[in-house]
Design a protein around this ligand. Structure first.
Ligand SMILES: NC(=O)c1ccc[n+]([C@@H]2O[C@H](COP(=O)([O-])OP(=O)(O)OC[C@H]3O[C@@H](n4cnc5c(N)ncnc54)[C@H](OP(=O)(O)O)[C@@H]3O)[C@@H](O)[C@H]2O)c1
Length: 418
């Protein structure tokens, strides 16, 4: 596909994102991209576009030789994968926003790109309007990317903002988010951290060349956070955010997780309120860079899809340099985390798993502690997601083996033991 060539689009999905794209394309005639056909599921729904545009037969798009771009923005993971697979095997470039599908099928998608040499672009799938994927791909070299920390889910950020700023209870904040259209009808995907996890898997690939399976990443959502946790954060002049983090450790491994985290007021992520997303990238020599914008919604998401369509005009495709041109990074499972836990009963906490506990408090209804624990006591374990326990990371949560040894040695010296 070369510059100047007309792009004929087959669009799958005419919901929040699909209809947004339809409208946005009408306002950008210079792009020379037109939607030839739209495939939807329910033929009886009323649409804000000419009836002859629509079909429920996917083959009308996938086997039309005139259509050279498939834009896939449907809300079902397996059918979405089948669509993009057939499209690429039919020689069509693909643009997709479906993070769940991409996260669940990443190895196959990479293989399809290798096999066909065709572009598969997905800027809208992580942080929607924030152009983070292409930046990670093109700008940051493997060696220089020290860490990436982000708020990638707007609904949970909205809920946390309301809990903090208006002292609203969790369930009431979820209800508000639903009424405003920020949270899914079934808010589980957002609230329990799945949506953020899917986005993080996509970004880990573009940042570090890591192809992770969803069950390899330590994650949770905000479902266990209590109003009392928000009050503790306030006392400490901090906020609680659902933070996706990936940090390069001294041994070269990558510590990656999606967990609630205390964030200091001066942290860039504390600035990210309501339904917004934010990404902080730490790289050698340039220190920190902060990306901020809308991570969901019709036009913000459509704008990222539009940018991918525009990029197809100059044959842009991801090269996955971090994966194919470097030694790919690997996920580490050997580091310690400084965590805050709030809970109802001391018996619910396996205290023997902690390296040390440096603070503990008992209020009438809830108790909390701050301590250091090896990641293996959390990964694939469920105790910290049960019995109304709330786990929140400390602001600088990662402690590596060497640091731990130094701290232990120092405390023994202070105690006069060595
Ligand atoms: N909404 C956002 O802000 C946002 C942001 C970033 C990424 N995304 C991702 O973008 C995708 C679309 O999201 P959305 O919010 O636009 O969803 P949505 O409003 O629920 O719309 C989904 C659309 O997909 C169609 N569809 C479902 N299954 C289909 C199938 N098998 N074949 C053809 N069409 C099918 C539906 O058809 P009917 O109209 O006939 O029901 C509907 O038009 C999702 O993967 C989502 O995760 C969304």
């Amino acid at each position: 596909m070369s510059t100047g060539k007309e792009l004929k689009i087959g669009l799958f999905g005419f919901g929040v994102v699909g209809e947004g794209l339809y409208r946005v394309l009408h306002q950008t005639p210079s792009l020379k991209a037109t939607i030839k056909k739209v495939c939807i599921k329910d033929a009886t729904k009323k649409r804000n576009a000419p009836a002859e545009l629509f079909t429920t037969n996917k083959e009308d798009l996938l086997f039309d030789p005139e259509i050279n771009v498939i834009v896939e923005v449907i809300n079902e993971s397996q059918p979405a994968f089948e669509i993009i697979q057939t499209a690429m095997l039919q020689g069509k470039a693909v643009v997709s926003a479906s993070k769940k599908m991409i996260a669940e099928h990443l190895p196959e998608i990479l293989e399809l790109q290798q096999k066909t040499g065709l572009p598969f672009l997905c800027e809208a799938s992580a942080c929607a309007s924030i152009p983070v994927i292409r930046n990670l791909e093109e700008y940051y070299d493997n060696d220089l990317l020290h860490a990436i920390k982000a708020i990638v889910n707007g609904s949970t950020n909205y809920i946390l903002t309301k809990m903090f700023e208006e002292n609203i209870r969790f369930q009431d904040a979820v209800l508000q988010a639903q009424q405003l259209g920020f949270a899914e009808a079934d808010p589980k995907l957002d609230v329990e951290g799945f949506d953020a996890l899917f986005k993080w898997i996509i970004l880990l690939n573009h940042a570090y060349g890591i192809v992770a399976n969803p069950n390899e990443i330590l994650f949770s959502g905000i479902q266990q956070i209590q109003l009392s946790d928000a009050l503790v954060a306030k006392e400490k002049q901090q906020e609680i955010k659902l933070v996706a983090q990936a940090t390069k450790l001294r041994d070269g491994g990558i510590a990656a997780f999606v967990l609630p985290q205390f964030v200091k007021k001066e942290d860039h992520l504390a600035f990210v309120k309501n339904e917004y997303n934010g990404v902080v990238i730490e790289s050698g020599f340039s220190d920190k860079q902060f990306f901020y914008g809308k991570g969901a919604g019709s036009f913000p998401t459509a704008s990222a899809v539009l940018s991918d369509i525009a990029a197809l005009r100059y044959d842009y495709r991801y090269e996955y340099k971090k994966r194919y041109q470097h030694q790919p990074n690997v996920l580490s499972n050997d580091y310690y985390l400084k965590v805050y836990l709030s809970f109802e009963e001391w018996d619910h906490i396996p205290k023997e798993n902690f390296e040390w506990i440096e603070e503990w408090h008992a209020h009438e209804t809830r108790k909390y502690l701050i301590g250091v624990i090896h990641v293996s006591h959390l990964k694939d374990k469920t105790w910290w997601k049960e019995q109304n326990i709330s786990l929140i990371l400390a602001p600088q949560p990662i402690i590596e083996e060497v640091e731990l040894k130094k701290i232990q040695k120092k405390s023994l010296e202070l105690a006069g033991v060595s």
